[in-house]
Design a protein around this ligand. Structure first.
Ligand SMILES: [Zn+2]
Length: 374
């Protein structure tokens, strides 16, 4: 394995890629049909560095790779210690962490930034201060921000700080459930952040990855597991839709409707109708109601279906000129998906009571209707 030193710039190696954000708990495996020129892997979680190394050495993976040790899940940034490192050796410890990631096979390095709480300007400015001390070309400054930073009141300051950080940046959004559903102006302001600041990326997200890519992002990362499609503040527990433990079922990306839907609710929705089908390599025309099982094979099959589905959208997008053409195509694709909801609900006999059928997610509606600007 050849390691890249700190003088090799991150930007050209990451430009235009949509990465797979993977949980390090699982043994690394090659994923299906990922175009090496458009993709890569972000290994995350407690053993991210060891798993990343395994992916390089055992699996022989040669593509783009980031290591996200996700310190933001347990550590909150402060004005004194924005990165997880002892204050008296902050600079040295951060540099060691970045060098270590590279030694484990990372293409570029991510700063070990703590979670940046709502409206905590001092913590955000501390990230700027310490980030600009880093003298390396290979570093992405990770910005694990509470989603309220994208509100009308805070977006101006966030943009100003991001513009002053002289490294590429990687935003991770925090909130229970879908961060983009929290307030109405979040999708528009996220887009504004990515349009106004150069070299921004969005990691650990869902289809918002495609929206920012259409609007000039450096790169993005989509979570393979639903827990990796957003992050939760260190002092909160993940709230799941239902009480108690019990089995968990895969979330399935619906190709026509462009939304993730739980396997359990798909099985209910399609109980008395022909299920929507999928023509991806994994599904081969089979129904999308078949994932209501909690075993590992079903989960892997659902993961592959999801990756193949959005992977095709990434390839499509790469085929359009960046700028107005790409933005318009993406908006039209979202609008076509929004239009499909009523049709699908009617087809399965739920047309008269839309509350029980498929609901258009608020971010998708925003992407379908927000104006396209040059
Ligand atoms: Zn499929």
């Amino acid at each position: 394995m050849k390691t890249l030193d700190h003088t090799v710039a991150a930007v050209p190696l990451l430009q235009g890629r949509v990465l797979l954000h993977e949980q390090a708990r699982n043994i690394p495996r090659p994923r299906p049909a990922l175009d090496d020129g458009l993709s890569g892997v972000v290994m995350t979680g407690a053993n991210a560095d060891a798993r990343a190394f395994q992916l390089r050495t055992d699996v022989g993976y040669q593509g783009t790779l980031l290591i996200d040790s996700a310190v933001y899940t347990t550590y909150t940034a402060t004005a004194e210690e924005p990165f997880m490192a002892p204050p008296d050796e902050l600079f040295g410890a951060v540099n060691d962490s970045l060098t270590f990631q590279k030694a484990r096979g990372a293409t570029a390095a991510l700063t070990p930034t703590g979670y940046i709480p709502p409206a905590n300007s001092r913590a955000l400015k501390a990230v700027l201060r310490e980030a600009n001390r880093i003298e390396r070309a290979d570093t992405l400054v990770s910005l694990p921000i509470d989603v309220t930073w994208l509100n009308r009141d805070n977006i101006g300051q966030l943009i100003a700080v991001c513009a002053k950080i002289r490294h590429p940046k990687a935003v991770i959004l925090f909130r229970q459930f879908d961060p983009l559903e929290q307030t109405k102006d979040v999708p528009a302001n996220l887009r504004r952040l990515f349009t106004e600041v150069e070299h921004m990326s969005l990691l650990r997200t869902d289809l918002a990855a495609l929206d920012v890519m259409a609007h000039g992002a450096l790169c993005a990362g989509i979570g393979v597991q639903s827990s990796l499609r957003h992050a939760i503040p260190p002092d909160e527990k993940a709230q799941i839709g239902k009480r108690g433990g019990g089995p968990t079922y895969p979330h399935v990306l619906m190709p026509q409707l462009m939304c993730f839907k739980g396997a359990e609710s798909l099985s209910t929705l399609y109980a008395n109708a022909d299920p929507a089908t999928c023509d991806c390599e994994e599904c081969g025309g089979r129904g999308l109601d078949r994932f209501f099982l909690s075993d590992g094979d079903t989960r892997r099959e659902a993961d592959s279906h999801n990756i193949l589905t959005w992977g095709e959208w990434v390839s499509d997008m790469a085929g359009y000129q960046p700028g107005i053409e790409r933005k318009t195509r993406w908006r039209n694709k979202c609008a076509a998906a929004v239009d499909r909801y009523a049709l699908e609900n009617q087809r399965i006999g739920l047309g008269a009571s839309p509350r029980s059928g498929f609901q258009v997610p608020a971010p998708l509606k925003a992407w379908a209707t927000l104006p396209v600007t040059p």
